[in-house]
Ligand binder design. Structure first.
Ligand SMILES: Nc1ncnc2c1ncn2[C@@H]1O[C@H](COP(=O)(O)OP(=O)(O)OP(=O)(O)O)[C@@H](O)[C@H]1O
Ligand SMILES: [Mg+2]
Length: 312
């Protein structure tokens, strides 16, 4: 297999909120890579730190430990203006709730081109309008929509406006933070199809954040599972579904609805109990690559059991 190029390298990332007396660590020692051109799914329940990681990557949340590298360059912590600019130009974020994330009083024209004002404002008005038209077309919206307001659109169309707003920057890497969670089930597939078409056409790399595994299963090349600020498991999508090791991953899998109604009725939901690991200071959990590309958080005792499971 050809050597894959690492576009993003997150190492021991730590993000702490609050103050010295009441610190709260939302992201606690997270490490993962994202390869150029792939879709990396990040899955975990509400409050597990997914958005915080996305915002740390785009330099909105300060990191309190670890490093983030993009394109071989450190982009976390104090960086030069050039590096800061590089991040603004190359990394874009798409949000869950198109209504809340779009400025209701601004026209689509302004909303879509807002990011361009952060660049060196060397565009002429005609060039800016041309870029808006092209971004709208790329997401399947008519260029004349530019003169309308967000409330005139359906949820799916608003999410397309959100995507156009990212695309206009001609990014390399897009962080999609639950981009379809707020949409009707019937239009989710449309937005997912649009995103994968854009990925193919433009060679985009995605970090796709979601609550549940069923959403990311078919669009992700690899998936990371996060729980309370720590990664529990990371593997290629197929491997994660075929051989889940960590009990939290298993509980997420058990929550996915099955197409067979009989099986669905008899299905047992697995509830994850973090205390059941029984970790001791003598045998603490570590982040281990148990087989090539398959990482799990486990202690020695658990690793022995997992290795047997994998037939090692
Ligand atoms: N700016 C902030 N100040 C203080 N605490 C914060 C801040 N941002 C996030 N947190 C806390 O950090 C934790 C992780 O939040 P985060 O938004 O990253 O979770 P999430 O996985 O994206 O959840 P959701 O699925 O609900 O979007 C939560 O407990 C949250 O309350
Ligand atoms: Mg979030």
């Amino acid at each position: 297999m050809a050597e894959r190029e690492k576009l993003l390298e997150v190492r021991d990332l730590k993000v702490t909120f609050g103050n010295k007396r009441h610190p709260f660590t939302a992201v606690d020692g997270v490490s993962f890579d994202i390869y150029r051109g792939e879709t990396f799914g990040l899955v975990g329940e509400s409050g597990s730190g997914k958005t915080t990681i996305g915002r740390a990557i785009i330099r909105v949340n300060p990191v309190s430990g670890g490093t983030i590298k993009y394109d071989g360059q450190i982009i976390s912590g104090k960086v030069s203006r050039e590096v800061d600019h590089h991040v603004i130009e190359n990394i874009q974020m798409i949000f869950q709730d198109p209504m809340a994330s779009l400025n209701e009083r601004a026209k689509v024209d302004y909303i879509v081109s807002e990011g361009l004002y952060n660049l060196n404002g060397r565009l002429s008005e005609a060039e800016r309008q041309e870029k808006v038209s092209r971004a709208l077309s790329a997401v399947g919206l008519l260029p004349e929509f530019a003169s309308r307001f967000p409330h005139e659109f359906s949820g799916g169309q608003r999410q397309r406006i959100g995507i156009a707003r990212a695309l206009i920057m001609d990014p390399t890497f897009i962080i999609a933070d639950e981009p379809i969670s707020a949409l009707d089930v019937s239009i989710r597939a449309q937005v997912l199809n649009l995103m994968s078409r854009l990925q193919k056409e433009r060679g985009l790399t995605y970090l796709f954040i979601a609550h549940d595994l069923s959403v990311v299963r078919f669009i992700s090349d690899r998936i990371g599972v996060i729980y309370r600020g720590k990664l529990m498991e990371l593997a290629e999508s197929e491997q994660l579904f075929a051989h889940p090791l960590h009990p939290y991953t298993r509980s997420l899998l058990s929550a996915i609805p099955m197409p067979d109604p009989v099986g669905e009725r008899d299905k047992k939901l697995l509830v994850y109990d973090p205390a059941a690991h029984g970790y001791t200071p003598e045998d603490p959990p570590q982040w281990v690559e148990i087989e090539p590309g398959h990482f799990v958080r486990a202690n020695e005792r658990e690793l022995d059991a997992y290795r047997k499971q994998l037939g090692q």
